[in-house]
Design a protein around this ligand. Structure first.
Ligand code: DSN
Length: 416
């Protein structure tokens, strides 16, 4: 991260915590599929004086003076986003993925309207209409599922539910689905029933622009994404939409839901979008998927069951039931061994969400370190060893030493 001279002098406690986190990120295998390492350039852009500026409104129409630089910066981010995703319009102001999704609800639906999204336990996001989210409270939300027999999205069920419910909006996209999503079928269904289609590509945005997952941009009324997952930008959100919806989407973001945009984040995003437009980012995206497949093969040979049998994208859902270990103690043991993932429900999980049957793992961050198929084989073996010897400190200690040894050979972007 570089020098923290002022911070160390003014607030050594916070500086110390940042340093500790830096060491953790350097020395562990970070497998949480929604996390990544941003480049030093993105880090630098986000830690700037742009955080000092208020700029409610949009370029050319702000509610504060002093926008000469900010207008140019935001327009640059918008132009880069439109070019990269092939979108007619981009709004780069959402604070993150959930506010981006809420803005699309606000633009396309009235409170109480019917919406149809993927159920959380089947891989959808809270904001896809799950009851504890306001999206499940302010709207009449219905949820489609994956099929029990193959754990794939049941497009026939989506079509049947859409015909029956006639929702105002259909939501496609997931946070824990290891396969390609067929946005064409969703677009067909939405057109048939006269619903708006929102595609949430938060997890796969980097794969979409890297050319290894089909893009929903030409098909959907609006596409939402976070900017910090596979896209490898700063924490933030973004909405891409048809020109016809630009006014409604902009109004929903500001003044509908948000105040001033986080201009330091917009700067980091502009940089990340430029980085994601390069040939090397395409190579990165392809390697993320190759690594995910290699890791899955290794885990299968270690005796794990994988939801849907494997992965076509950046993540896998591992069902630990065959090894007789629940997800939570496994995730905790893996963390002690230097392998960081999250416990996760599997579809039709007989266990509770806070103590589920699975773990969710992904390759975006370790691929950013330059790791490839050979390292995935080692990783699968380590995961197998730790889970088979759950709670054995000697095994955890020895795997941790091997993990740290490997990490030392693959420096993480943005860290010293
Ligand atoms: N929290 C994100 C994830 O981990 O998938 C989704 O918002």
């Amino acid at each position: 991260m570089g020098e923290l001279r002022a911070l160390e002098a003014v607030d050594p406690e916070v500086a110390g915590l940042i340093r500790e986190e830096e060491v953790r990120q350097a020395r562990t295998m970070r497998l949480i599929p929604s996390e990544n390492y941003v480049s030093k350039a993105v880090l630098e852009a986000t830690g700037t004086v742009l955080t000092n500026k208020y700029s409610e409104g949009y370029a050319g129409k702000r509610y504060y003076q002093g926008q000469g630089v900010i207008d140019r910066l935001e327009q640059l981010a918008i132009d880069r986003a439109k070019a990269l995703f092939g979108a007619e319009h981009a709004n780069v102001q959402p604070y993150s993925g959930s506010p981006a999704n809420l803005a699309v609800y606000a633009a396309f639906c009235k409170p109480g309207d019917r919406v149809l999204g993927m159920g959380l336990p089947h891989g959808g996001h809270l904001t896809h209409g799950w009851p504890v989210s306001v999206t499940g409270q302010f709207y009449e939300a219905h949820q489609y599922t994956v099929r029990r027999q193959d754990e794939l999205i049941d497009y026939d069920e989506v079509r049947r539910m859409a015909r029956e419910l006639r929702p105002a909006m259909i939501i496609a996209g997931a946070t824990a689905y290891p396969r390609v999503i067929d946005f064409e079928i969703f677009a067909e269904i939405a057109a048939e029933v006269g619903a708006r289609l929102m595609c949430d590509i938060a997890h796969i945005a980097g794969l979409v622009v890297g050319g290894v997952h089909p893009s929903p941009v030409p098909l959907a009324d609006a596409v939402t994404t976070t900017t910090h997952k596979t896209l490898r930008g700063p924490r933030g959100g973004m909405i891409l939409c048809k020109a016809a919806h630009a006014g409604a989407i902009n109004k929903a973001v500001f003044p509908g839901l948000q105040g001033g945009p986080h201009n330091h984040t917009t700067a980091g995003l502009a940089v990340a979008l430029a980085e994601a437009s390069t040939e090397s980012f395409r190579d990165y995206a392809a390697q993320v998927v190759s690594n995910s497949r290699a890791l899955c093969e290794g885990l299968l040979s270690e005796g794990f069951r994988l939801v849907t049998g494997g992965s076509d994208n950046h993540l896998a859902l591992v069902d630990l039931t065959p090894l007789g270990v629940p997800g939570k103690p496994a995730a905790q043991a893996l963390e002690r061994a230097g392998i960081v993932c999250n416990y996760n429900t599997i579809p039709y999980d007989p266990r509770k969400p806070f103590d589920p049957s699975g773990i969710r793992i992904g390759t975006p961050a370790i691929t950013s370190r330059g790791m490839r198929e050979g390292e995935m084989a080692l990783l699968a073996g380590w995961i197998g060893r730790v889970v088979r010897h759950i709670g054995d400190p000697a095994v955890e200690e020895s795997v941790r030493a091997e993990v740290e040894g490997l990490c030392a050979g693959f420096p993480a972007p943005g860290l010293d």
